[in-house]
Design a protein around this ligand. Structure first.
Ligand SMILES: N[C@@H](CCC(=O)N[C@@H](CS)C(=O)NCC(=O)O)C(=O)O
Length: 234
């Protein structure tokens, strides 16, 4: 194991347990994917708060690990070959942690790729589009008189929910009876859309009974309950 203190990010966020995986995050829909995954797998980790109020994500120490100034990011002192591995982009982090723990990503090759396909559906569709709905419904964009940009993203969010709802028909989880990283990526965003963003009526959420059912099952998981509040905000 290489001492993680050789990484500049640890100057701003020192590791109290340098042998553990270090998580740099905030409990946002992207951030909680990593904390939920770590809670689900039981991998030992240490979490550090990246405060947006303090613009921590723009600090040279954070940028030294993730030049894209976004959470979540991790530093695993015991990465592949026993060497430290720094990683960002929540989808990549989920795949890495699933492989490391040997959990939540099917081993059968065809099912593995199918899980990654739904993970990418979240990364390329659900996350960016729901995020835009948030901008136009909850944040600065809500005051724009012209509602066409809002409607564009609301319609796209509704379309994505319909795709997800169709997939979940007759299934417990996105991959059937197996709970996977595809669920961990997707449901924090569904929760945020109808909860924090308050866009449930706009996207006609009640019409998506399968999504609603699986969201409830997801939120009932103890590891999800814990992960949603990690790290604690100041
Ligand atoms: N595609 C990235 C998106 C990450 C992302 O957008 N993170 C937001 C919080 S949810 C962030 O760090 N924003 C800070 C900023 O843009 O300065 C991922 O999935 O990891």
């Amino acid at each position: 194991m290489t001492d993680p203190s050789t990484f500049p990010i640890t100057k701003k966020w020192p590791a109290r347990h340098p042998e553990r995986l270090q998580l740099y995050s905030l409990p946002t829909p992207n951030g909680v994917k990593a904390s939920i995954m770590l809670e689900e797998t039981g991998l030992p980790y240490e979490v550090h708060l990246v405060s947006f109020e303090k613009n921590d994500q723009m600090s040279p120490e954070f940028l030294s690990l993730n030049p894209n100034n976004k959470i979540p990011a991790i530093l695993d002192p015991q990465g592949p070959g026993g060497q430290p591995l720094a990683l960002w982009e929540s989808g990549a982090i989920l795949i890495y942690l699933a492989d490391k723990a040997g959990q939540l990503l099917p081993r059968d090759p065809a099912r593995r790729y199918e899980t990654i396909q739904w993970l990418m559906f979240q990364m390329g569709g659900v996350g960016p589009m729901f995020g835009q709905v948030g901008f136009f419904v909850k944040f600065a964009g809500k005051d724009f008189e012209d509602k066409r940009p809002r409607d564009r993203y609301v319609n796209e969010a509704r379309r994505l929910l319909a795709v997800l709802d169709g997939r979940l028909a007759g299934r417990d989880w996105i991959m059937g009876d197996e709970y996977t990283i595809a669920d961990i990526a997707t449901f924090p965003w569904v929760r945020n859309l109808v909860g924090y963003y308050g866009a449930g009526d706009l996207v006609e959420f009640e019409a998506f009974a399968n999504v609603k059912r699986v969201l409830e099952a997801f939120l009932a998981r103890p590891a999800v309950g814990r992960g949603l509040t990690i790290p604690k905000r100041d």
